[in-house]
Design a binder for this molecule. Sequence first.
Ligand SMILES: [Zn+2]
Ligand SMILES: [Zn+2]
Length: 264
Amino acid sequence: MRYNLHTHTFRCHHASGDDRAYIEAAIQAGMHTLGFADHSPQFFPTNHYSHFRMRPEAAAKYVASLRALKEEYKKDIRILIGFETEYYPAIFDDLTAFIAPLELDYLIMGQHFLRNEYEALHCRADNPSREEAELYVQQTLEGLQTGAFTYIAHPDIFRHTDPVFYRELMTDFCRRLKSMRIPVEYNILGYRKQKWYPHPAFWQIVAETGNHVVLGYDAHNPEALLDRKTYDTCLGCLNALGITPIRFGDIVIRKPTENTKRSV
Ligand SMILES: [Zn+2]
Ligand SMILES: [Zn+2]
């Protein structure tokens, strides 16, 4: 029985399909659990506009819609309500204060930019420096230490052209993630779209380190949840490395709370 904790909605402006259609597709796909983790709002201190995320005013309706559907479909499927979000140190407390009254079930970390987004590099940069690669690892670990996040989405979004440096850095990263019991996500959308992630070198390290692994659809339309072929191919890639994704029951679901604060 499958599950997926990485589902977007139309509210992030680059996904499609209504909430119900995702749930129907998940049931049709034989899933027992579907988690929504649309791109959260962020509260920038500048006039930076982040086009790929939910507007703050859409969040209450997002939660209300999913709560109603959760009740309606409770005999068929377990629905969890969360956000995919970054750890931006300067504005993380604003985000947690915004999230607290929504009483979400979980957050996944999807670190799309370094620093605080409005003054920094996109994590998909082609040729980042060593310092930037180190900052990616340092910043995500710092965010995960807040205890607010259930797992890390596309942990291999950040790349580096020096394979020796990359291996050393990511081995350290994977060891730290393992000691924190944070599962790492094998991103099915990245595989299907032939992005640079899932990055084979990273997953070799995951296999050696023995991290907990989750398969995440990163669904941006309901049909993605019905793509059994890509799921099976991704599972085959993991199995070939000796990796078995963990069961839903083995994931520590961390509820974000008002008490979640930056540790530094
Ligand atoms: Zn993402
Ligand atoms: Zn996503």
